[in-house]
Design a protein around this ligand. Structure first.
Ligand SMILES: CCCCCCCCCCCCC[C@@H](O)CC(=O)SCCNC(=O)CCNC(=O)[C@H](O)C(C)(C)COP(=O)(O)OP(=O)(O)OC[C@H]1O[C@@H](n2cnc3c(N)ncnc32)[C@H](O)[C@@H]1OP(=O)(O)O
Length: 242
């Protein structure tokens, strides 16, 4: 009897040790990841500022930072993994929509269509994304290190109120500017007849993406408003499971 109790206690201790090791590993990885991402977005900001100061124009700016942007924005896919394996308490769907829509903007719109890269709307979403991401990743880093300056917390949960709509405007205007080029070139489209007997029109796909901002963006925005109330005003929020 005593021996089975001892066995149970030893097993519980071992389980607790495993949990602690797992959580320490997760914290170490997240700290490394957030520092890397803060640095990446800072590098992008400096590159954009340097380009503008040296050339005195935004023309050619996107082309000059495209590789770095593609790398760091694509790397953010890891965040969907963080949610899926449970090391971050965020919805996979919310994070997935946010990350995938950005990746789509970078790879399938701005980088694919050279003619729109000099649009002012591209600079608008680039500036908005960089401010957002430097604030967001530095917030997570300081939070993990238990040294969160009040200004960073305040910025994380206030800047988005203005930046989110501005980012959406920049993205939508950029897709809108892409439409005529996509229609003319027929890029990424498949017309019938073809051997797969499938038809796909990228032009209409872009229109559907633009329309999907109408139901999806408010959900992301209200999610952030709820997070804001929770973090800045200590409100307890019951989140629905995915
Ligand atoms: C394939 C084609 C798809 C086409 C789809 C088209 C539809 C598009 C509609 C969408 C439009 C999006 C437009 C967008 O791109 C525009 C912009 O981004 S503009 C710039 C302004 N943007 C923002 O401010 C972004 C705000 N969004 C986010 O912050 C995140 O993306 C979001 C997932 C929404 C954040 O939500 P989350 O729930 O993570 O909030 P919190 O930051 O409060 O975190 C919650 C808890 O998780 C911990 N956490 C999260 N991540 C980490 C991490 N990396 N490291 C450590 N900890 C992390 C965080 O600390 C919180 O924990 P706790 O509550 O315990 O403190």
């Amino acid at each position: 009897m005593a021996s089975s109790e001892e066995d149970g206690a030893a097993e519980e201790k071992e389980n607790n040790n495993k949990k602690r090791t797992k959580s320490a590993l997760a914290t170490a990885w997240l700290t490394f990841y957030n520092i890397a991402m803060t640095t990446g977005w800072l590098v992008l900001t400096l590159a954009m500022m340097r380009f503008y100061v040296e050339k005195g124009t935004h023309k050619g700016l996107y082309r000059s930072i495209a590789r770095t942007l593609k790398f760091f924005q694509t790397f953010a896919l890891v965040e969907v993994g963080h949610c899926a394996i449970g090391i971050v308490k965020t919805s996979v769907i919310v994070t997935g929509v946010q990350v995938c829509s950005r990746i789509f903007m970078v790879w399938f719109v701005t980088s694919s269509i050279r003619q729109i890269q000099n649009e002012e709307s591209v600079i608008l979403f680039l500036v908005v994304w960089t401010v957002t991401e430097i604030t967001r990743y530095s917030y997570y880093t300081f939070n993990l290190l238990n040294h969160l300056p009040h200004f960073v917390k305040w910025a994380r949960y206030n800047f988005f109120i203005v930046l989110y709509p501005l980012g959406v405007i920049g993205e939508l205007l950029t897709i809108y500017a892409a439409l005529p080029f996509v229609r003319r070139s027929g890029m990424y489209s498949m017309r019938l007849p073809n051997k797969y007997n499938v038809s796909f029109d990228y032009y209409y796909c872009l229109i559907i993406v633009m329309l999907s901002y109408i139901p999806l963006f408010p959900q992301l925005y209200f999610h952030m408003l709820r997070q804001r109330r929770k973090v800045l005003h200590g409100e307890v929020i019951v989140e629905k499971d995915d």
